[in-house]
Design a protein. Structure first.
Length: 159
């Protein structure tokens, strides 16, 4: 005698308890993954090396910092430990005038270039997009004995 099965096969194994169906969650419970004993686990090795996080250049960092001060977004004393010599006095004088302050959208660094006059010194220029105008900012960075970069001079284009 041939027996015909009228029921379809169960979608899950019968030895597991039924999963909870929660009507408050649209997707239901997340699928469960079987756990393996610690002895059978294998360490996964990445197939491709992870890209290293690129450190921002000191020219980019200082351009953003100086822009924040000269546009009035940050106070002048925020740059106190990042300046050396007369640069802080020059920066304080320039910040009073707020040469890069705009109405509406804030200014952004459009382009940066630099020149290396000697080892441990950079002369940097930046083009600042402020509204519909391009403005100029120049500054000098010098690396100290503690290997930290400090701004030693700063200038902006005349308004």
């Amino acid at each position: 005698m041939n027996k015909v099965m009228s029921r379809t096969a169960q979608p899950r194994p019968r030895h597991r308890p039924p999963t909870r169906r929660d009507s408050r969650r649209p997707g239901g419970a997340p699928p469960r993954t079987p756990s393996r004993p610690a002895a059978t686990r294998t360490e996964r090795t990445p197939t491709a090396p992870e890209p290293a996080v690129r450190q921002p250049r000191p020219t980019d960092l200082f351009a953003d910092r100086l822009l924040a001060v000269l546009s009035g977004q940050r106070p002048v004393h925020w740059m106190l430990r990042h300046t050396a010599g007369r640069a802080y006095d020059d920066l304080a004088r320039l910040a009073e005038l707020s040469p890069l302050r705009t109405h509406g959208a804030g200014p952004v660094v459009h382009d940066i270039g630099y020149y290396v006059p000697s080892e441990g010194a950079l002369e940097v220029f930046a083009r600042i997009a402020a509204g519909d105008r391009l403005r100029a900012m120049a500054f000098r960075l010098e690396r100290g004995k503690d290997l930290r970069w400090r701004c030693t001079a700063v200038e902006t284009g005349t308004a």
